[in-house]
Design a protein around this ligand. Structure first.
Ligand code: SAM
Length: 348
């Protein structure tokens, strides 16, 4: 029996997992790199180049072409314009890291989404080895996954941090404290794009080990320090002009985010600033789509409270913890990232 409803719009959703697998397989098999290097190619040439049976190349190219990832004309295939541009401008390797992150870290836990909604807990964690109720404690017990996580996180930050680097005013800032700074991706980018800045990266031991190596490799050990600590149970290092929380407030509960802002407020000098950099949901609760879809990861993995909050919620937390001159800075990129900043009032 066929119903009357036109359910065509459900096709990409019913097969959402297949769409991802088409893109991931193309990435893993390096289809786009092959087509970029070798120019327009037939299915047989792709099969030979990627060392696949011809029938497999045919399946892959059918999938990628239907999804608009490759174009087919006169029997030859080329990468579609967005893929070609991503390869040309150097974005593609970042996307590949993100696809790996999704495949190996987020994918299986995402099958626990309904159960996570029911229980209100990050049920996907059961698919990761180790013990502990949050992703970061588990990652510390699994060096290979930790590496994969930081490679993905690094790429996400690199893709989205132009708003932090170029649209925040650092003219009156000499020192930045990067709380939960991870592998120092943002600290290194800030130090490179603002040569007058000194940055301190504060994170758990596992992340700091990776950060140390990256800072040394970047030749920035004289301008970026690291401090090991727990942002909730340890005091934050004092003396910074700006306290940065990058991809941080999406992990914790509203109460914890207020607690972190209060700690930042206490450690800042009068006139010092706090900057919160992450993805934001729109105030009207209708999108953007990226934030809504990414919410499955936040519901199933990092912590039981993780989610992408609205701009207005961040604004309320900043006000409640005593910050003034609160400002929203929206990114011009394709991700819903932005920065919301506030200032500790001058002493009276
Ligand atoms: C989503 S990652 C963001 C990393 C980096 N700020 C970025 O934007 O790429 C969250 C970071 O918070 C750190 N973190 C989690 N819990 C922490 C805690 N209790 N104290 C300090 N850092 C913590 C993790 O180790 C991880 O590096």
């Amino acid at each position: 029996m066929t119903g009357k409803a036109d359910l065509k719009s459900l096709v990409p959703l019913i097969f959402g997992f297949s769409a991802f697998q088409q893109l991931h397989a193309a990435s893993e098999l390096q289809l786009f790199e092959y087509l970029t290097l070798n120019g327009p190619s037939t299915c047989e040439q792709v099969a030979e180049g990627l060392r696949l049976p011809v029938r497999s190349a045919r399946k892959l190219l059918f999938g990628t072409t239907s999804l608009g990832l490759t174009d087919r004309a006169d029997g030859v295939y080329t990468p579609s314009a967005p893929l070609r541009e991503a390869i040309e401008d150097g974005t593609w390797p970042l996307i590949r890291n993100i696809l790996d992150f999704q495949q190996r870290l987020s994918y299986l836990p995402a099958t626990e989404y309904a159960q996570s909604l029911r229980s209100g807990e990050n049920e996907g964690l059961k698919h990761l080895p180790g013990t502990g109720n949050d992703l970061y404690t588990r990652l510390e017990q699994s060096p290979e996954l930790e590496n994969l996580f930081f490679r993905g996180m690094h790429s996400w930050s690199e893709l989205s941090n132009p708003v932090l680097l170029d649209q925040v005013d650092y003219r009156d800032t000499a020192t930045v404290l990067d709380v939960g700074g991870g592998d120092a991706v943002n600290a290194i980018a800030l130090a490179r794009s603002h040569p007058h800045l000194r940055v301190t990266v504060f994170d758990l031991e596992g992340a700091i080990e990776v950060a140390r190596d990256n800072i040394r490799a970047a030749g920035l050990s004289d301008r970026i320090d690291v401090v090991v600590g727990d942002m909730f149970s340890d005091p934050l290092p004092s003396g910074a002009d700006l306290v940065l929380f990058a991809h941080q407030f999406v992990i914790w509960s509203p109460e914890q985010n207020r607690e972190l802002l209060k700690k930042a407020h206490d450690t800042l000098r009068p006139g010092g600033r706090v900057a919160v950099f992450n993805a934001f949901a729109d105030d009207d609760g209708r999108g953007p789509l990226y934030a809504a879809l990414d919410s499955v990861y936040f519901a199933t993995l990092p912590t039981e409270e993780a989610t992408i909050y609205r701009w207005c919620e961040h604004e309320a937390w900043l006000k409640e913890t005593g910050f003034v001159d609160i400002m929203r800075i929206r990114s011009n990129g394709w991700t819903p990232h932005g920065v919301i900043e506030g200032r500790k009032p001058d002493a009276v």
